[in-house]
Design a protein around this ligand. Structure first.
Ligand code: IPD
Ligand code: CA
Ligand code: CA
Length: 280
């Protein structure tokens, strides 16, 4: 093995195998608890929900990762104080980590609570700030999206490619309503007002990680959202890139973990979407 390359196998299990195992195990458990939530709380705002399942799934993933890679760092949504400031600060605090697991145990908790079957488990591994493994799992459809840097992105073992649309008028795009109703919601409504009339149609399905997986799979032409956290985006960002798409901030600057205003696309419509997002 080249000494400059990140070591991908420790103790016989590859990083990707552990990520997939964590997502599958947590996913199965989360699905089994669906409809039987006993503890529903709010966090940063009345729209920001958390259940005992979010917390239990994160614990399960954290323990599994620690079993295989005890020296690795871990950033999970439920281990961080609520709100955008605390989330940016928590990422900053682990910016020196050699290996960092970035985990959202349930992305789409509102959907999960309401029985709307569009939520996911999002697990990424970053090496010195660069995402090298990304796994997004949708337990409702049993769809596992996996990417390794430089090796492509796959769903159910099939290689994924982004879609071919060249213009917004041919595009199906998605966005998300953030849990912060004050600053981000009015800004996003302005974006929607500008973009909705220009695209074929718009979806707001409620899981940023799954929206990104759908961009990678060519099911959506693009996606944007204000004020996301690293755990919403890290895994999906690698899926999109490895499927041939583009990840950036709204202005088109390349995506890195601290980017919160996220734009993902098939690449072809990226500049057009970016122009809309920076002129609203
Ligand atoms: C949320 C989902 C949702 C997005 C919100 C996120 P959570 O994550 O990704 O689609 O619009 O901004 O906070 O709270 O369900 O993990
Ligand atoms: Ca999330
Ligand atoms: Ca979550």
């Amino acid at each position: 093995m080249n000494a400059n390359q990140p070591e991908s196998v420790i103790g016989g299990k590859s990083f990707t195998a552990v990520a997939v195992n964590c997502a599958a195990k947590a996913g199965e458990w989360i699905k089994s608890k669906s409809g039987n939530i006993t503890q529903l709380d709010t966090k940063y705002s009345a729209q920001d929900l958390v259940t005992e399942v979010d917390k239990g799934a994160e614990r399960m993933i954290r323990n599994l990762v620690a079993t295989h890679f005890p020296d690795h760092s871990f950033l999970g949504e439920e281990g961080v104080e609520p709100g955008p400031k605390a989330s940016a600060k928590a990422l900053e605090a682990v910016s020196d980590a050699e290996y960092l697991w970035i985990v959202d145990p349930v992305d789409g908790t509102t959907n999960y609570v309401h029985g709307f079957p569009f939520y996911s488990i999002s697990i990424a591994l970053a090496h010195r700030g660069e995402v090298i493994v990304g796994v997004v799992y949708d337990p409702s459809r049993d769809e596992l999206f996996v990417a390794e840097r430089g090796k492509g992105a796959y769903v159910h073992g099939r290689k994924m490619s982004v879609s071919q649309e060249e213009t917004l008028s041919q595009s199906l795009v998605a966005t998300g309503f953030p849990a912060d109703p004050h600053a981000a919601l009015p800004a996003n409504l302005a974006d929607i007002q500008a973009i909705a009339p220009k695209v074929r149609n718009l979806r707001v399905a409620g899981s940023a990680a799954l929206h990104l997986a759908y961009v990678a799979a060519g099911r959506l032409s693009g996606f944007w959202e204000h004020n996301l956290s690293a755990w919403d985006v890290a895994a999906g960002s690698l899926l999109v890139q490895e499927a041939g798409g583009r990840m950036s901030d709204f202005g088109g600057e390349p995506y890195q973990l601290a980017v919160r205003n996220v734009l993902a696309s098939n690449g072809r419509i990226h500049d057009e979407l970016s122009r809309e997002l920076t002129s609203t």
